[in-house]
Design a protein around this ligand. Sequence first.
Ligand code: GUN
Length: 383
Amino acid sequence: MGAAAVALLAATRRRSTPPVTSLLSRAVRGLHEATAAAEEDRARARRRRSSSSRLLGPDISDTWDPSPRAAARPPPPRDYAVDCEPTVTIIDGKSIAEDIRLQISEEVRQMKNAVGHVPGLAVVLVGDRRDSQSYVRFKVKGCEEVGIKSLLAELPGNCTEDEVVDSVARFNDDPSVHGVLVQLPLPQHMDEEKILNTISLDKDVDGFHPLNVGNLALRSRKPLFVSCAAKACLELLLQSGIDLMGKHVTIIGRSKVVGLPTSLLLQRHHATVSVIHAFTANPEEITRESDIVISAAGVANLVRGSWLKQGAVVIDVGTNPVEDPDSDYGYRLTGDVCFEEAVTVASAITPVPGGVGPVTIAMLLANTLDSAKRVYGLSDSTP
Ligand code: GUN
């Protein structure tokens, strides 16, 4: 082969089979391009993630699916022989509520003597849900028992949002009203947030206003009002002599009515708080490690005896209607906790009914009284 042929062959080889250095540099360039593309994808994803709606998470409601975990094993029958721990305390919410109401009645009487006015609570009830109607009846009855004036606006379920807003606005402007609440849930077609936003901050006895929730979250600040159910949980624990500092408390449910404010309030009491919800992977394991379990999931018998550590304290906020042909209304209220099983494990437990419910109403009366005291320049002493 002549020199020219060798040169041609070498040139052809170079074209068809590039040298290793060229291959490497092409590979490196390819890698750079792939890396750059991947980086661009990641940046795009980051940009998508950092839009506020992505950061706040998808808006999926908490629907607990009790099967197969809880439903697989039916709860024991109601007449099941309760084999209580000899030391278990059934926390008596009715009597705690009665003591609070007595104190409130006395303060209402003193207010009337001092300034000639009593506190006033206004309730807006929309629609004809039987559970809401009975909660509102309890609230109105609670007012009557302590001498607080109550005003009730009942609107049909097919009324407009504007009619509800007008009703709230009238109560906001009424100087004899110191607390305004809209009973939840509202009918599906209504914008709950828009309606709750119209309640005056200084009459927000439910404690749902963002400033009240925010100030509750910031430990050095004092909200005007704290959620009644959250205060009830704390009151039941404190009155039962249960120490909270450094204790592991698990709250089941993260609603604005119970779970969220209770978690914030407990942190102010230096508890270590876990909040679990319908998407928590291992709820049973978390509750089993907890000194105190507060359940507000709204699922009958979700919390079984096996979910609890020996000696745990259990606060059951659930009020779930379950069919009961023997009861007057064809149904009875039951908690989130399988009471018959829990009493064999817990050291203290609230019953349903007669536990959190009456204390929650008492706290609503206390919030209304506090609001009136602020208006009339009297000092704050109720729970
Ligand atoms: N529905 C159930 N609980 C409550 C509550 O505490 N406040 C109001 N406004 N509605 C409720």
